[in-house]
Write a protein that binds this ligand. Structure first.
Ligand code: SAH
Length: 341
């Protein structure tokens, strides 16, 4: 593969700079964006309002390769897509149909180095981070397939987005741009296992994007077992960094908490969690576990989920239980890719 930047991976600002660097007016960037994201015409030969000489220059300066859909699994409320990349790697995305619109969960890396013990993605080590265009195209391809718009995006598929920070931020700028996919920042959520320096950096970007933290355990002892990242960035540092983020951005943070039967779903865990996050402007999203080939973990039965939920409610913690999507289609992150390889 050459080192040219892909046309779907360049922010409008960078494209404006590009046009200025070749002595062209920067509004051409808007025209190119309109072809790509409004008219969905990716072949420069058809960009009729741009003269041939410039089109040829664009063709030689950018790459135009696209990700390719290779597999699709559908249920009533969710679909899962497997895409093949130009270096023959695979990534997956999930579409969830809500009554308020379509939401897509995108992958940010090929594999993942975080090695969370319950997660399928971590079984396959990270090969590389995705380029911004490979994340943007997950959404473009899905919109093309379903002939509908995607209204919200969560970066919760394969990979740790803060381990591929710059590309993920470019992706966000492109989908958030009014001339790009025009997805409002409040409809975009990035989920991290808790890479503290990047949480800090994220708090400085001038976009109102939501942050979710995969917490999954209320004590270091337990979190160390589930999430090795906790050995580098333990709860004693993570909780203050979340507080700092909230103070700086004024935005409420989502705390994701996966419920694993008899591992982290006990009364004690619920009380410890309440204590840990008391006073923070957060809400807890309890996630039913999608069972995978990690046979040691079981989905918490409904009675444990209800119990955990009720304890948090009594402790005056904002809490919701995530509706499980696409159980029949191996929708837990990494499951489809894991089967393919
Ligand atoms: N690396 C990021 C984003 C990808 S994982 C993060 O850690 O947040 C997205 C979410 O799915 C995380 O909360 C992760 O812990 C959770 N998850 C992983 N495996 C799962 C499974 N089998 N069932 C349900 N959720 C899972």
């Amino acid at each position: 593969m050459d080192n040219k930047i892909n046309i779907f991976g360049i922010t409008k600002k960078d494209l404006e700079n590009y046009f200025e660097s070749i002595n062209e007016k920067k509004f051409k960037a808007t025209q190119v964006y309109e072809w790509l994201y409004e008219k969905r015409e990716s072949n420069p030969d058809n960009w009729s309002n741009i003269k041939k000489e410039i089109r040829d220059k664009i063709k030689s300066d950018f790459s135009f390769n696209e990700i390719e859909l290779v597999k699709e699994e559908n249920t009533e409320d969710a679909s899962k897509y497997l895409f093949k990349l130009s270096d023959n790697e695979y990534v997956e995305s999930v579409l969830m149909r809500h009554d308020y619109g379509n939401s897509v969960c995108v992958s940010s890396e090929i594999g993942c180095n975080m090695a969370c013990s319950f997660c399928e993605s971590g079984r396959l080590k990270k090969v590389r981070g995705l380029h911004a265009y490979e994340i943007v195209e997950q959404i473009l391809k899905i919109e093309e397939l379903i002939k509908e718009r995607v209204s919200s995006v969560v970066v919760m598929g394969i990979g740790e987005p803060f381990d591929n920070f710059d590309e993920v931020m470019n992706f966000i700028k492109i989908i958030n741009d009014p001339k790009g996919l025009a997805i409002g920042a409040r409809h975009i959520t990035v989920s991290t296992c808790g890479i503290i320096p990047k949480i800090k950096e994220f708090s400085s970007i001038p976009l109102q994007v939501n942050l979710a933290i995969s917490l999954h355990a209320p004590t270091n002892e337990l979190r160390n077992k589930l999430m090795p990242i906790n050995k580098a960035y333990s709860l004693d540092m993570l909780i203050p960094s979340i507080k700092e983020y909230i103070d700086k951005t004024n935005r409420r943070v989502t705390i994701e908490y996966l419920l694993l039967q008899n591992v982290n779903d006990t009364d004690k865990c619920a009380h410890d969690l309440a204590k840990l996050i008391r006073g923070l402007n957060v809400y807890v999203n309890l996630i039913p576990y999608n069972e995978t080939s990690h046979i040691e973990y079981k989905r918490s039965p409904k009675k444990n989920v209800d119990n955990f939920y009720n304890i948090l409610v009594n402790e005056k913690i904002n809490v919701t239980v995530r509706r499980p999507f696409g159980r029949q289609i191996s929708a837990a992150c990494g499951q489809l890719r894991s089967k393919e390889q």
